[in-house]
Design a protein around this ligand. Sequence first.
Ligand code: MG
Length: 236
Amino acid sequence: MPQSDAPIKAAIFDIGATLVTGPPVAPNKVIASIIKGATAAEIASIIMTTELESASHACKALEARFGDMDAQACSEVFDLWHSQRTAPKELEGATDTVIALKDRGLKIGLLSDIWNPYYAGVERALPRVIECADVIILSCRTGFRKPNHANFLRTLEELDLRPEETVMIGDTYTHDILPALELGMKAVWVLARPDREAEHIIQILNGQSPAPTATVASISEILSLDLWAACKGSMV
Ligand SMILES: [Mg+2]
């Protein structure tokens, strides 16, 4: 691609398992265990793409799709909602990495599939990251989820940058890396959970899927990538 050496002007971060961790079980799976007959995928398609203002709003949205919930089920959704608000924990080096890139003159984007209570927890866990972000695009606000290109395109539009001027940084090949590469963005794979990504690692090694621009084991290794040399030259 002729523009692949374009100066990098923005770093766009996934949030879950890239900047924060926890809890071990995803909320859609917890709710699927509460509502009989509902799959985790069906639950995710509701809670991740709806702006939910409260636990009771979440229950109403779930009831609209799956029918009335009894008091016990509602109580468990309430408990989950409140636990999600304190669940995210910063991965070591996440804030320092984002701030360092901001200090180098890059714009910062956040691009996440997330539901409202967990994002409230992220605001609590990563206040400086949220504060320095130029663009924050969340599935619960837009109604679109990765790997759909819609939120990637919206992020680029709000940053007012071309794809090749940006780097997507995330932990999930199918949701963070592949769509970014398809759009002509650079992509750094934070391979924090290689066991979950084994299928894609094999496909890349066999030449069946495109390789990321770079791969690191954790967010704290991002700053040492050669990738940022191109942005330093553009800052003078
Ligand atoms: Mg993630």
